[in-house]
Design a protein around this ligand. Structure first.
Ligand SMILES: *Cc1c(COP(=O)(O)O)cnc(C)c1O
Length: 436
């Protein structure tokens, strides 16, 4: 596959943009490769600057459930653009989208929109600290909640890929209030709470990806999440479910369908913007009464609730609502894909662990079940890298890291999945015959 134009674009980008990219994972470093530069997307497909066409399992990291350039979303965004790009003043679009989200997610009476998932989690934590008058927070190893200072501790996503435990430039004074627990391990949560009582003024909140998608796809176990909910209740700790990825993705009601947990605060992003930059955090009236302008907790944004993003999100959510069987259909395709990959690997004595939650899927080249960050890190990243390169070369675009989730979109069908599996069969055979 010819990538010369992309290579030239990448070199040019590197002259003016740090590392040539505006988000680290896009640089394809962890698969020892070079990123295709994308010219356009159409439904299931991406087309790069050399004219190569890829079946896209990334879909902008989750938002595009209906694929690229969905005609309903596209026309709504165009109509909205004609009325103005941004006003810095309220619109009814914001109310409409807030209503859609509130009607689906338990525990959410009020919403505030921001422009990214990072802002959503950062603001939710500020609110939780104010509400409880406590400073410490608990996060989990391998969970990623964006790149705000206090959350850059043992994150997943690009951080897992680079193996960086945290980032230079973040003062210890800030992260000392971030206690890190082990995913799916309730005892580690209890230890953090005890530690906080001894050393600080207690834990304000626990933030968790209920269905972790930033260390690969690793759902939390139901008993674990239920225990977490009840410990938080009894300790007066707020539970923040970070559904930036899983919200409207794992199911229409995100993790709720799988766990039935009612959180104190929820964060959203990705799908609710239909591909436009967006984030949101929501919670009870009681907690939200503290937020400015009603309360003293400050939070703001020049482009927050941007009309183009709100329009895209509204069509997205309404379309999803009108397609009641869509998650079942996407899940069936995800299972067809992961089962197929498992069979291919089994035939070649390659250990593969797979997982599906609605339209999200994950696979690890790993001999053991992956339940947390430690077990995820035991995956064979060299094998992943070979597989990724091989598939990309055959026109299949998986996320360029072992530690990311994959996404099915509504333009996919069984023929497309089967054609991906056919290519996977060839790639695995090539890897094997090259003496892996
Ligand atoms: C993507 C993601 C974020 C960060 O969102 P951005 O829009 O990239 O800032 C936060 N939490 C989770 C679970 C995510 O998947």
């Amino acid at each position: 596959m010819e990538l010369q134009n992309s290579i030239n674009c990448f070199n040019e980008a590197k002259q003016v943009i740090a590392g040539g990219v505006n988000s680290p994972v896009r640089a394809f470093k962890s698969v020892n490769s070079t990123p295709p530069f994308i010219r356009e997307g159409k439904g299931t497909y991406l087309i790069d600057e050399d004219g190569n066409k890829y079946i896209d399992f990334v879909q902008s990291w989750g938002p595009l459930i209906f694929g690229h350039c969905d005609s309903d979303i596209e026309s709504c965004v165009i109509e909205s653009a004609k009325r103005g790009f941004s006003f810095g003043a309220p619109t009814t679009l914001e109310t409409d989208l807030a209503k859609e989200i509130i009607s689906v997610y338990d525990g959410v009476d009020k919403i505030r929109f921001v422009s990214s998932g990072t802002e959503a989690t950062m603001s939710a934590i500020r609110l939780a600290r104010a509400y409880t008058s406590r400073d410490d927070i608990i996060k989990f190893e391998g969970c990623y909640h964006g790149h705000s200072d206090c959350l850059l501790v043992k994150g997943g996503s690009g951080m897992a890929t680079f193996g960086a435990p945290s980032s230079p430039g973040v003062p210890n004074d800030i992260t000392k209030h971030t206690l890190v627990a082990k995913y799916n391990d309730i005892d580690s949560v209890k230890s953090c709470i005890e530690f906080s009582k001894k050393n600080s003024n207690g834990v304000a909140c626990v933030i968790i990806e209920p269905i972790a998608g930033n260390m690969g796809l690793v759902p939390s176990k139901i008993e674990f999440l239920k225990s977490l909910e009840s410990i938080c209740k009894s300790e007066g700790i707020l539970l923040i479910l970070d559904e930036v990825m899983s919200g409207f993705r794992a199911s229409f009601s995100g993790s709720q369908k799988f766990y039935g947990i009612v959180p104190d605060l929820v964060t959203f992003g990705k799908v609710i913007g239909g591909g436009m930059p967006v984030g949101a955090f929501g919670g009870s009236d009681d907690i939200f009464s503290l937020l400015s302008p009603n309360g003293g907790v400050y939070q703001a944004g020049t482009l927050s609730g941007n009309p183009l993003a709100m329009s895209a999100g509204l069509v997205m959510i309404r379309k999803l609502k009108e397609s009641p069987k869509i998650y079942e259909r996407l899940e069936a395709l995800a299972i067809r894909l992961t089962n197929g990959l498992s069979d291919i690997c089994k035939a070649h004595n390659i250990s593969l662990q797979t997982c599906v939650r609605g339209s999200m899927f994950g696979f690890f080249f790993n001999t053991h079940e992956v339940t947390d960050f430690d077990t995820a890190l035991k995956s064979d990243v060299d094998m992943f890298s070979k597989f990724h390169n091989g598939m990309l070369n055959k026109g299949v675009y998986f996320a360029p890291s072992q530690f990311e989730a994959g996404f099915i979109n509504a333009c996919m069908n069984e023929e497309i999945i089967d054609s991906v599996l056919e290519r996977a069969r060839e790639v695995v055979l090539e890897i094997k015959s090259n003496g892996q």
